[in-house]
Design a protein around this ligand. Structure first.
Ligand code: ZN
Length: 148
């Protein structure tokens, strides 16, 4: 697939549409009573806030919910992440986290296994926005640490 090279503008538009869709209609957004773990983070550079709550049973993430506010990058990243976390084992969540961080360091291949999240790959070129995209994932990282 050389879509990216032959149609860079169209791909960028597609990615922007995915990001704005998750920003306007966030998935997995809301409160989660009695979570196994809950982490609140905020990004002072941009003013983004993310509160991530996970319900974990038998090493599997049964429910992932987030609440928050901020820029489209931070909120869409949280929405896509939470959507994909449900049903994943903690080990799979760890793998997702590693891949997303690699994608934010500019490794485009790392994003191929991340579904809609690949839409955020272009953010890697903008260090200030990388902090926005990573906020939800830092909450996940801390959650996984607390679950160990
Ligand atoms: Zn932001």
């Amino acid at each position: 697939m050389s879509l990216e090279h032959s149609h860079p503008v169209k791909l960028n538009e597609l990615y922007r549409d995915v990001i704005m869709d998750h920003y306007r209609r966030p998935r997995n957004k809301g409160d989660l009573p009695d979570p196994t773990v809950a982490v609140d983070l905020h990004n002072p550079v941009c003013g983004d806030e993310i509160s991530l709550k996970l319900l974990v049973e038998g090493g599997t993430i049964r429910k992932a919910r987030f609440e928050g506010r901020g820029c489209s990058i931070s909120q869409s990243s949280a929405s896509m992440m939470a959507q994909q976390l449900e049903g994943k084992s903690l080990a799979e969540a760890e793998t997702m986290l590693g891949r997303f961080k690699e994608m934010m360091r500019g490794d485009e291949q790392a994003g191929e296994a991340l579904g809609d999240l690949v839409a955020l790959s272009g953010v890697a070129k903008f260090p200030v926005r990388v902090k926005c995209a990573l906020l939800a994932w830092e909450a996940l990282e801390r959650s996984l640490e607390q679950l160990r």
